[in-house]
Design a protein around this ligand. Sequence first.
Ligand SMILES: Nc1ncnc2c1ncn2[C@@H]1O[C@H](COP(=O)(O)OP(=O)(O)OP(=O)(O)O)[C@@H](O)[C@H]1O
Ligand SMILES: [Mg+2]
Length: 502
Amino acid sequence: MNEKLFKEIDWRMKVFDSLSYPTLIMTLDKIIVSGNQVFFDKFETTLEDIVGKTCYEVFYNAKQCPNEKCPWSRVIAERKGQSILHSVTTKTRRKLWEDRVFSPILGDDGEVAYILESVRDVTRVKNLEIALKETEAFLEKIITGSPIAIVVADRYGNILLMNPAAQELFGYSSVEAAINISAANLYPEGVAAEIQERLKDEKIGGKGKLPSMNTTIQKSDGEEIPVEITASIIYEDEEEIAVVGIYTDLREKQAVEKKLKDTRARLAQSEKMASIGQLAAGVAHEINNPLTGILFYAEMKQAELTADDPERAEVAAVIEDVNRCRDIVKNLLAYSRQSNPTKEIIQLNEIIDQSLTLIRDPKALMNIEIIKEIYTDKILVHVDRNQICRVVINLVMNAVSSMEGSGTLTFRTYRDTARQKAVLEIEDSGCGISKEHLPRIFDPFFTTKKLGEGTGLGLSTVYGLIRENKGLIEVKQTSEKGTTFRVELPLLQSIESAGQEP
Ligand SMILES: Nc1ncnc2c1ncn2[C@@H]1O[C@H](COP(=O)(O)OP(=O)(O)OP(=O)(O)O)[C@@H](O)[C@H]1O
Ligand SMILES: [Mg+2]
């Protein structure tokens, strides 16, 4: 060997020895011809121990290579480096990950003459990768299993993720159905833009954050649902990459709140009515006795007068006015629960016809179209027939005056079986009740009629009578197009249950 060549080999051997990865040089038959010092140190062996042996003898102590994935033949065929990831378990049962890199050494003819195999320990990287995958899977489980609706969209508004709770809320059958549609489709017009604007406004919740806000979403079938939303922008290196929205369905909460508000209003109303009722009962009682006296004396006087006596008309006027006063007292007593109802089992639908025939001035209904949306089955109630007729007559007369004599009057009856109620609705096409009058209409003597045209006792009497019959009355709706009064009475399930009422 000439000196130049020797020097070259020596130089190459030094490079080979200084490689930081354990490395072997092998012939194409997988026979080891050399190894570097790092290899000997790592595998606790010597050059003499391994030279002449095959790599599978050294690595696997086997007569044949058991590694089917070994890229050996590809390295030779393609004359290019290849690598495989390989796991080994140490004597102490520690799992290690190795990246085995095979590099061809070409001969003068350009064909592969030897193969260099180096072993790189990638356990740390691989473990990090596994941990990352586990964390990702864990996060995915949390998001998928969460009862909270979560939607993620990219910076252009394309949906990237919609968890099952959100799919249910927004009405999508699967993730695929929602992926890549625009997030703007999740809201009624204008809402998405408003959310974007608030999200970017640093004065609201800080940079890229939207603290909870009540808004409306739109399901895939167009239904609008009230929700509470919180959202935030996800940044990577200061760059906006996605937006996360978290939604809470407010329907149940709002329904409970409305029920609470209605109950409070009813409670306040019945407290007010109870105290006014006490006062009314007291006044009615006190007035009743002197009225009886006045009537007695006036009738006596009338009996004494001859038929042509000029005073006769005056006494008749006194008697008429006293009778009017007694009517008022009677109504006040009804309102304040001082009358004795005589209950019987009747059909709610019958009461409507009976009341209409009892209206004193039938001309009042002449220009009114009457529509009956009546439940065909019998709706049985256990009530005082006369009292409920008075209720209907009062409501009809109010409706007639609100329509100034012409319009449409609708009677509607139905069963609310879930709540065990018989319901009667009386709807007019009249002027409606103003917001400021609405809380006062059931108060005794509240009227918007001209002096002498109404006493304002109609609805307060109705209120008292309905309460007497264990029912409830309320204004279902009112607007300038008309008003609907809703009367609810306990529904009688069977004739036998009539006597079991409290
Ligand atoms: N259907 C209705 N449409 C519009 N306003 C109504 C209706 N029913 C009642 N109101 C309002 O409620 C007020 C009180 O009614 P209520 O029946 O107690 O007394 P009134 O009708 O004024 O007098 P009265 O019944 O003694 O003749 C009415 O004056 C009217 O302003
Ligand atoms: Mg009235």
